[in-house]
Design a protein around this ligand. Structure first.
Ligand code: ADP
Ligand code: MG
Length: 633
């Protein structure tokens, strides 16, 4: 069964071979379990053989009856066959189904691990609710295939093959009649199966659509309620549910048809064999016991035939699942960040890619590490782990997708290691995008983004991200406890370190108010705490990581004056030991920055201190005059 799968030496079977036929992909999931599958298959097959042997023994019984011989031996033999068959089948089924569960487990773990390594750009494109359905609903389809269909198909085909061989040996004419009917059945199945496949794919897509609609509604639940949009959102969900229903009914129809056609075919074979065989018995060219044995054989083949049809039907579900899993592209390397983690796949030109799969940038003597040593030499900090890093954009051009206009059109600026750099500019200027490029959520379309003197594409991805802490614009909080949220980026931090950042980020009031302190649940998306508290949680989380570069995106926008003043102090303190870049919309923050980068329409207009820019840059002095208190600076 696995012989057709040419094993490229991939450690994980379904790597990037997404173009492969779905059936081959399905079998690849089974390949690591070939040995156990064969063992289980042989047991089930042996169990089935005992069933096949029963008509032969029945013939002995009939012969003994007509000869007046003793019935004891043939009956004992029959009994042994029945019991032995039951035991063999039970063990075989257990082994197979257990293996099938392992196959599903492996497929799920692999899919889940890959999903979280998807590139940000991929996730922008996909709907989370639909992704969830691909991990849950679609792997369930894979499960039903793996649990029953593989074993069923294998043992049923073996039994069918064995039965057909016996038939051919018994009587070639009756064998020919049977084969003709079975071929007719195969033609019908060839027409029905692709339809089941397509209907299943469409049905699963509708379930995915329901997932994304639910995500849409619950993701903005208060907005839906406040706008009285429950009924409209419900209608959208109903429409998707109706589509799923329709496709499910289609599948049921085709499945019922294939099942009844299979039954019909066997009965047709029965009748034809009876007619043709009866005529030949009458003509004395066939023994009556041979005809009866042949008919019994046919009777025993009903199960494998309908089993095969059923397995083929279920396999359509599995093929549909494979289709949807591959459609997400989660199994394709170029859609995940795996390629960035490996040294040899670095595509951009003129750069030596670095190893560093363990993130130890000092182990190799090339670009990033050497630059890191140069950069930190001045302030005497140890190169490992510690000191602040410089940031430079060198003619950076960037667009989110090829069909969108560029967001950056040649952004160039430098921020030396240490100190506070403010990024200001009107909404939509591309400030948040600067941070996204530093984190390598996306790669620049042209030009270079340098951290610590090295192109970010030359940094081992994990090392780059562990050097940076990022407080995002909307300060997301994960479902869980406050402690879990703080430890997200620094899982090893101890209680003292947590207490320290809680104090520095002014979260003390919150932890005192919550029933279980830092171990209190902050709810789905932090719904049980205020926007300002969420921002402070995000800041505390960032501080706990002891970053070499701290990025803060309008992180104090929702804070009251007292907290904002305190956190500005935190920011300035942080800027003494690390590099801090802040997208700022309060003049008071900007005034104290060591340098200010003014972005406008995807390009840097001016760089300087507050005093320099007020004198030299019109946009900046206008912004300053308005106190930067625009809704989204
Ligand atoms: P700023 O932070 O200065 O307000 P951003 O960097 O967030 O600006 O966005 C710059 C431009 O890029 C905006 O026009 C915005 O609509 C667009 N943009 C931001 N994020 C994405 C994205 N993920 N996909 C497509 N366009 C985006
Ligand atoms: Mg922004």
């Amino acid at each position: 069964m696995t012989a057709s799968v040419t094993a490229a030496e991939q450690p994980t079977p379904p790597a990037e071979e997404h173009a492969k036929a779905p059936l081959r992909r399905l079998l690849e999931y089974a390949r690591p379990h070939t040995g156990v599958l064969v063992f289980g298959g042989v047991l089930t097959f042996a169990g089935g053989l005992t069933g096949l042997a029963q008509p032969l023994v029945a013939k002995l019984v009939i012969d003994a009856l007509s000869d007046g011989a003793s019935l004891t031996r043939p009956l004992l033999l029959l009994g042994a066959l029945v019991v032995g068959g039951a035991v063999l089948t039970a063990i075989g089924m257990y082994v197979l189904e257990r293996t099938a569960q392992s196959i599903v487990l492996a497929a799920r773990s692999q899919l889940v691990a890959r999903l979280l390594r998807l590139r940000v750009a991929e996730v922008d494109r996909l709907k989370p609710g639909d992704l969830v359905s691909r991990v849950t609903a679609d792997t369930t389809l894979l499960r039903s295939v793996a649990t029953s269909s593989i074993s069923q198909a294998v043992s049923a085909s073996l039994l069918l093959l064995g039965g057909l061989v016996l038939m051919a040996v018994m009587d070639l004419v009756l064998f020919g009649v049977t084969i003709a009917v079975l071929l007719g059945l195969a033609v019908v199945m060839g027409v029905v199966m692709p339809r089941i496949n397509r209907a299943t794919i469409a049905g699963q897509a509708a379930i995915g659509e329901m997932g994304s609609l639910l995500e849409r509604a619950f993701g903005a639940f208060r907005t839906v309620k406040a706008n009285g949009a429950e009924a409209a959102e419900t209608r959208r969900l109903d429409a998707a549910a109706l589509t799923a229903w329709r496709k499910g009914v289609d599948v049921a129809g085709w499945t019922a048809l294939s099942g009844s056609v299979a039954g019909l075919a066997v009965n047709l074979a029965f009748l034809t064999v009876l007619g043709v065989g009866g005529a030949r018995v009458a003509a004395d060219s066939l023994e009556i016991s041979s005809l009866i044995a042949f008919l019994l054989l046919l009777f025993y083949l009903i199960e494998p035939i309908s089993g095969l049809v059923q397995a083929a039907t279920e396999v359509q579900g599995g093929l549909a699942a494979i289709h949807r899993i591959d459609e997400v592209g989660t199994l394709r390397r170029e859609h995940t960040e795996d390629a960035d983690t490996d040294a040899d796949t670095d595509a951009h030109e003129g750069k030596e890619a670095h190893g560093g799969e363990n993130g130890d940038r000092d182990a190799d003597g090339s670009g990033a590490a050497a630059a890191a040593r140069r950069a930190v030499a001045g302030n005497g900090a140890a190169p490992r782990g510690g000191g602040p890093v410089s940031v430079a954009f060198d003619g950076v051009g960037f667009r989110y997708t090829p069909d969108l206009p560029p967001v950056h059109r040649g952004v160039t600026f430098e921020a030396p290691a240490g100190g506070l750099t403010a990024l200001v500019g009107p909404s939509g200027a591309g400030k948040t995008t600067v941070f996204s490029l530093l984190e390598r959520f996306y790669d620049a379309t042209s030009g270079r983004v340098l951290v610590d003197g090295a192109d970010v594409r030359d940094w081992p991805l994990a090392a780059l991200r562990s050097a940076i802490a990022y407080v995002e614009q909307d300060a997301p909080v994960l479902d869980g406890t406050l402690r879990e949220n703080l430890l997200l980026g620094a899982p090893d931090a101890d209680d003292d370190a947590i207490a320290e950042v809680v104090r520095r980020a002014r979260l003390g009031d919150l932890t005192e108010r919550l029933p279980d302190g830092v171990d209190s649940l902050v709810g789905h998306r932090g719904t049980t705490i205020s926007g300002g508290e969420r921002q402070r949680v995000a800041i505390a989380r960032a501080l706990l990581r002891r970053p070499r570069l701290l990025l803060m995106d309008e992180a104090t926008s929702q804070l009251d004056a007292a907290n904002e003043a305190a956190l500005k102090q935190v920011m300035l303190d942080a800027a003494r030991e690390t590099s801090v870049m802040v997208v700022a919309h309060r003049l008071s923050t900007v005034v104290r920055a060591d340098r200010i980068v003014v972005l406008d329409a995807g390009a840097v207009r001016a760089v300087g201190t507050h005093a320099e820019l007020v004198a030299a840059d019109e946009l900046y002095s206008d912004l300053a005059a308005s106190q930067f208190l625009t809704a989204d600076a």
